[in-house]
Design a binder for this molecule. Structure first.
Ligand code: AMP
Ligand code: MG
Length: 346
């Protein structure tokens, strides 16, 4: 896989669905925005029946909500993940649902391939940083922000490590003190579930749906044109770096240091953690976008590749045969040849 390097002068990126269409056939296009999984869910649906389409649109939002509340959240006590964490250190472990087992097996495969750059067992570390909360704090509250103490951080790191976990005959055994955080993969998992749902709905002929930094395309638009998925500029809020023109059935995930972060004393503390040090990753990158057919894979790899940096990240992308786009802090863009076929500079 060859790589391409492009330089962008002062532009920035986050992924948003542009939902570009021709100006005809408006009546069968439904656009809506909601929140679920602690993030924004944007839906653009092409429907054969408007009323049924509106119902489906709400059901998609509910699907993401219940995925979070019933399965992926460590905060919601009824979620399967919270139960897994609760039973850490017990001899019996926990019997996993089939879906959780499948997803965790895929996650562990990526942890191994990335040599722990993706490690969902660092829940103790991510809670200490609590960047989800700090990222939305007001200026006055932010004065209280400080790095977690070194001893606490070391303790949380000692309790982490994907290789310490046993998954056997459908049961999962976490060592005492470990807790899982599926923040790096949850939105991609949601994209997979949404696509399964769409495949079973007769009135939806096409859709592009974003769950935070993960996007799924499905079917086609009425006018047959391609879906336009914008990649946000990592240093200019609201601007985008370029656009991916895609058919249905793709998943795109972006990880960036601009998503959830605080700045203090000239240091950017963002939400992607290096599992080796326990600190926010500080390498040459500010964002990574992965394009492939599977949402969990795209989300997991965008985080892993960010941690690894462009050179090692590119190797990991090749290993999984996905398309990748890296943006450096100098706003240099490095991408696979395959990605370049879909990408247009903004
Ligand atoms: P993403 O935006 O998909 O890159 O995911 C970032 C989220 O994943 C963070 O908010 C943390 O909850 C979690 N996380 C951060 N660093 C890692 C890591 N190295 N491995 C696994 N999960 C992580
Ligand atoms: Mg991710």
């Amino acid at each position: 896989m060859k790589q391409r390097k492009w330089i962008f002068a002062g532009m920035l990126l986050s992924i948003l669905s542009l939902g570009i269409t021709g100006c005809d056939k408006r009546p069968d296009k439904l656009v809506s925005t909601g929140t679920a999984m602690g993030t924004v869910v944007q839906e653009t649906l092409y429907v054969t029946d408007i009323e049924q389409g509106k119902k489906t649109s709400k059901e998609i939002l509910s699907l993401v909500e219940s995925l979070e509340k019933g399965s992926l959240s460590w905060r919601e006590s009824d979620a399967e993940l919270a139960q897994i964490n609760l039973l850490a250190g017990t001899k019996e472990g926990i019997l996993l649902t089939e879906q959780m087992q499948t997803d965790l097996q895929q996650i562990w495969k990526i942890s191994e391939a990335s040599k722990g750059a993706l490690d969902v067992t660092i829940g103790g570390v991510t809670r200490l940083w609590d960047l989800d909360t700090w990222a939305v704090a007001d200026t006055q509250a932010l004065e209280q922000f400080q790095e977690p103490g070194a001893i606490l951080l070391q303790e949380a790191l000692n309790n982490s490590g994907y290789s310490k976990v046993l998954i056997q005959k459908g049961r999962m055994y976490l060592p005492e003190g470990m807790c899982l955080d599926l923040g790096a993969v949850g939105k991609g998992i949601a994209c997979n579930r949404i696509r399964e749902y769409l495949a079973g709905s007769e009135e939806i002929t096409g859709a592009v749906i974003s769950v935070g930094g993960s996007i799924v395309t499905y079917g086609s638009k009425t006018d047959g044109s391609l879906w336009q998925v914008a990649i946000m500029h990592p240093r200019k809020e609201g601007a985008y770096l370029g656009v991916l023109s895609l058919e249905g059935e793709w998943c795109v995930s972006t990880s960036g240091d601009y998503e959830r972060y605080v700045e203090k004393d000239g240091i950017r503390y963002h939400h992607i953690i290096d599992p080796l040090s326990g600190y926010p990753v500080n390498n040459e990158l500010c964002s990574v976008t992965i394009l492939c057919r599977d949402g969990l894979l795209s989300d997991a790899l965008s985080t892993a590749c960010f941690v690894l940096g462009a050179e090692e990240g590119m190797k990991l992308a090749q290993e999984f045969q996905v398309e990748a786009l890296f943006v450096t802090k100098d706003l240099e863009v490095i991408m696979t040849d395959g990605m370049a076929q879909y990408f247009t500079v903004a």
